[in-house]
Write a protein that binds this ligand. Structure first.
Ligand SMILES: NC(=O)c1ccc[n+]([C@@H]2O[C@H](COP(=O)([O-])OP(=O)(O)OC[C@H]3O[C@@H](n4cnc5c(N)ncnc54)[C@H](O)[C@@H]3O)[C@@H](O)[C@H]2O)c1
Ligand SMILES: O=P(O)(O)OC[C@H]1O[C@H](O[C@H]2[C@H](O)[C@@H](O)[C@@H](O)O[C@@H]2CO)[C@H](O)[C@@H](O)[C@@H]1O
Ligand SMILES: [Mn+2]
Length: 462
């Protein structure tokens, strides 16, 4: 365990991310509990990262000149002498997110960043990149911890479990944090006043209890609210939430709750429970990738350029992404052995009693210097168990396909996904995704020719 006086060295992988500047500002705000001696940005896109980095350099010179700040595209420089790696890379960038969303929609199938075929395509791009980051970290700073929130977190976590089982990596998502904040507004408390029980996988789970520290259960009250309004609250909690598409997602939770009124659903279940509704309400010519390019990305890069041009952040400092303080909570839990309770993506090993041990689940964990210890959530009902087992096998098939370079396994993954209506449509979507991802995916081998022909003739008979 580290002493409270220790100052940390961190590297942010994906330095050119739309989130980097807000997270650096958040780190400054949290400097009293998580002091920094060095901060590095690492990215493979030198030009993109340089815009964010030069602006941050100006801000840090004005606000925290004692932090040694550098940016680089060289892995050795980036990963040497670091205590934590915060990883938020986007393999393939917004150009490929757009393809993940638009290709399935062309086939009248859900087109989304982390769910359905888009998430599978993104997973096939991310696995190799995250494994590479882990290897850099282990080579140059073997004691370093990676706090990963690069998506698709669920597939990435399963790939890490398979390929780097002993790596010091914790996978975390901000969705439960954000929704818990909405729940706290619904009941008139602060997020930190609430303690939850939750089970599922990333972007795919249910709250079974929301209590205050005295043990009062708010689930019924929140359920009544969500049944009428979804998670829509009146307070502007952060700018990302205010985009109309996010508001619609929070509102749709009321229809998710209707399917099982016992538990509070994760908003992204809409992609699995109402895929036809999602497709009908999507614009195949203008998806979330375009919204972000025209919104968050433009805002962040314009603000950075303004600071660079003026040579001072007085023209408009980056906003603090206070929402991201959960990353500091996680880092502190490891650094200071705080045993904080947080929702993380971990190997099940009995946490959910009636699903397989080797599924990567999202459950409350106690976090300390050795990592995360999942808290048992007991047995779950048939409906959720069926949904989880289905989705878990989809994600396992994706990782199998990536490891074996196997077309058949990837086709099976898409076929199994609740977001696709048939093996035929799954094949058509997959074949288009393969063309679009040629630069990023391993080249997939087709199964034995005879078996393949047989399956084609079986399909034409049907
Ligand atoms: N888990 C969560 O809750 C959560 C929340 C928000 C965002 N995210 C994820 O954070 C990531 C960043 O999102 P964004 O919208 O800011 O994307 P972005 O495209 O703006 O930033 C990602 C950066 O990663 C860089 N990059 C890509 N591949 C890389 C590699 N192999 N090594 C180093 N850098 C690489 C890109 O060049 C880019 O600068 C995405 O994966 C997104 O899905 C996760
Ligand atoms: O469409 P984007 O790029 O704006 O967001 C995609 C991410 O969505 C989730 O994060 C939400 C979070 O759930 C919400 O509480 C709020 O803070 O906004 C975030 C979006 O910026 C999701 O958890 C991430 O994994 C996605 O990358
Ligand atoms: Mn997430």
């Amino acid at each position: 365990m580290m002493t409270k006086t220790k100052k940390f060295s961190i590297v942010i992988a994906g330095g050119g991310s739309t989130y980097t500047a807000g997270i650096v500002m958040m780190l400054l705000e949290n400097a009293d509990r998580f002091p920094l001696r060095a901060l590095k940005l690492y990215d493979i896109d030198e030009a993109r990262q340089a815009i964010i980095a030069k602006a941050i350099a100006i801000e840090l010179k004005e606000k925290a000149p004692n932090i040694e700040f550098t940016w680089t595209t060289d892995p050795q420089t980036a990963f040497t002498d670091v205590d934590f790696c915060f990883a938020h890379i986007r393999s393939g960038g917004y150009k490929m997110r757009e393809q993940d969303e638009k290709i399935p929609l062309k086939h009248h199938v859900v087109g989304q960043e982390t769910c359905g075929p888009g998430g599978i395509a993104y997973g096939m791009r991310s696995i190799g990149d995250i494994i590479e980051l882990i290897d850099f970290m282990e080579r140059y700073s073997p004691d370093c911890w990676m706090l990963n929130y690069s998506n698709p977190a669920s597939i990435v976590a399963e790939a890490c479990r398979r390929l780097r089982p002993n790596a010091k990596i914790l996978n975390i998502c901000d969705m439960p944090v954000g929704t818990q904040r909405r729940m706290s507004q619904i009941v008139g408390l602060q997020p930190e006043d609430l303690e939850v029980r939750y089970f599922g996988m990333n972007h795919f789970g249910w709250w079974t209890s929301v209590k205050d520290k005295a043990g009062h259960e708010y689930l019924p009250q929140i359920r009544d609210y969500v049944a009428h309004h979804g998670y829509l609250t009146q307070v502007e909690v952060d700018t990302q939430h205010m985009d109309a598409s996010w508001q619609a997602t929070h509102k749709k939770a009321q229809d998710l709750l209707a399917v099982d009124p016992n538990y509070l659903p994760n908003t992204y279940l809409k992609y699995y429970l109402y895929p036809d509704y999602v497709v009908a309400h999507s614009d195949p010519e203008y998806t979330r990738a375009n919204e972000v390019e025209d919104g968050r990305e433009k805002r962040v890069f314009t603000a950075a350029q303004k600071i660079i041009d003026a040579g001072t952040s007085e023209v408009g400092a980056f906003p603090i992404d206070s929402h991201a303080s959960f990353i500091v909570d996680l880092a502190c839990a490891i650094a200071f052995n705080t045993h904080e309770r947080m929702l993380l993506i971990v190997e099940n090993n009995g946490a959910i009693a009636n699903i397989d041990d080797d599924i990567m689940v999202e459950v409350p964990c106690i976090v300390g210097k050795d990592g995360a210890e999942p808290l048992t959530q007991g047995k779950i009902p048939l409906f959720q168990r069926g949904m989880i087992l289905n989705q878990a096998m989809v994600e396992k098939l994706v990782v199998d396909a990536w490891i074996h370079h196997d077309y058949q396994e990837l086709w099976q993954a898409l076929t199994l996904s609740k977001t696709l209506p048939s093996a035929q449509v799954a094949k058509e979507v997959l074949d288009d995704l393969i063309v679009a991802n040629r630069e990023y995916w391993p080249e997939l081998r087709h199964a034995d020719h005879e078996v393949h022909l047989m399956s084609e003739s079986m399909m034409s008979e049907a």
